[in-house]
Design a protein around this ligand. Structure first.
Ligand code: ZN
Length: 285
């Protein structure tokens, strides 16, 4: 649920709110959340460490502590991080809580218990599943139009929705913003990459950049506590049955490879003229 714009907001908040604060005790109420890659007990490993830096990589929030210790968090579908200040209540479905030297707590709450908190030495970060295999950072200079076209050429058989949502290719676009990006680019979610024209791909690339920047700005402007989900600005995601903000047609929901996707059937028509006829030109041929 928390996606790149949310994670960047959480990162900026934590970087200013808990920077140089020292960690006290760890309380774990849902042990399934915690994956320790260190030898000592997680509580002993964390106690007395200072928070040095907070960063985002793909779907992960990485909190770097003194002593070369890292807390790497994947909030998955429903996890939320809460910064609980003195006098405030913990949010619902508390799974794990760290006390901090300024009297506040850092909580992880998740009713589905699918979130994961990895504790690892800096040298061992590659042992975290899916951390090593992340694709090109979507906000980095490396993610150029040329890079995007090259990825598209390598994956002609994917549907555009799965293509842009694949974290090992592009790191990382979540379900909500993937729907918003395809709406912006006016591409049907089930369009095969191989049938996209050069203009389609260029529009898609531009939409990725535009929509993520828009999302980042919207989440920042909402200025909510970090555990609150900010999604009021989205135009198609979870808006099944509502009118398309562009043409008024009813927004539809469909499944793409097991995931719910939301789109406008008029703005994002199902058929497009193939740029290359792959029936006669095999992929990579
Ligand atoms: Zn529409």
């Amino acid at each position: 649920m928390p996606e790149l714009p949310d994670l960047l907001y959480i990162q900026a908040y934590l970087q200013s709110a808990v920077h140089h604060v020292t960690v006290g005790t760890l309380r774990v109420t849902q042990p399934v959340i915690l994956r320790s890659l260190v030898h000592a007990s997680p509580a002993d490993t964390l106690q007395g460490k200072q928070i040095h830096h907070v960063s985002v990589r793909g779907p992960f929030i990485r909190i770097s502590l003194s002593g070369g210790i890292e807390v790497v968090i994947n909030l998955m579908l429903a996890g939320r991080l809460q910064h609980q200040k003195p006098g405030e209540k913990a949010a619902r479905s508390l799974c794990l809580s760290l006390s901090l030297s300024d009297g506040s707590r850092l909580n992880l709450c998740d009713e589905t218990k699918m979130a994961k908190v990895y504790l690892a030495a800096t040298d061992d970060l590659d042992r975290i599943p899916a951390y090593r295999t992340l694709g090109v950072d979507v906000l980095s200079p490396e993610f150029s139009e040329k890079c995007f076209f090259a990825l598209a050429r390598e994956h002609p058989g994917k549907q555009v929705r799965s293509f842009i949502n694949n974290h090992s290719l592009i790191s990382a676009i979540g379900n909500a913003y993937a729907d918003e990006i395809l709406f912006e680019a006016r591409l049907h979610p089930k369009t095969f990459v191989r049938t996209c024209s050069e203009d389609d791909l260029r529009r898609l690339y531009t939409a990725i950049r535009t929509i993520l920047q828009w999302g980042i700005q919207e989440v920042r402007n909402a200025a909510q506590p970090i555990h609150v989900k900010v999604r009021e600005h989205v135009r198609v995601r979870n808006r099944r049955g509502e009118p398309c903000p562009r043409c008024g047609t009813t927004i539809r929901r469909e499944g793409v490879r097991g995931y719910d996707v939301f789109f406008c059937p008029v703005c994002q028509p199902a058929t497009r003229t193939p740029f290359i006829d792959w029936r006669t030109t095999p992929p990579n041929g």
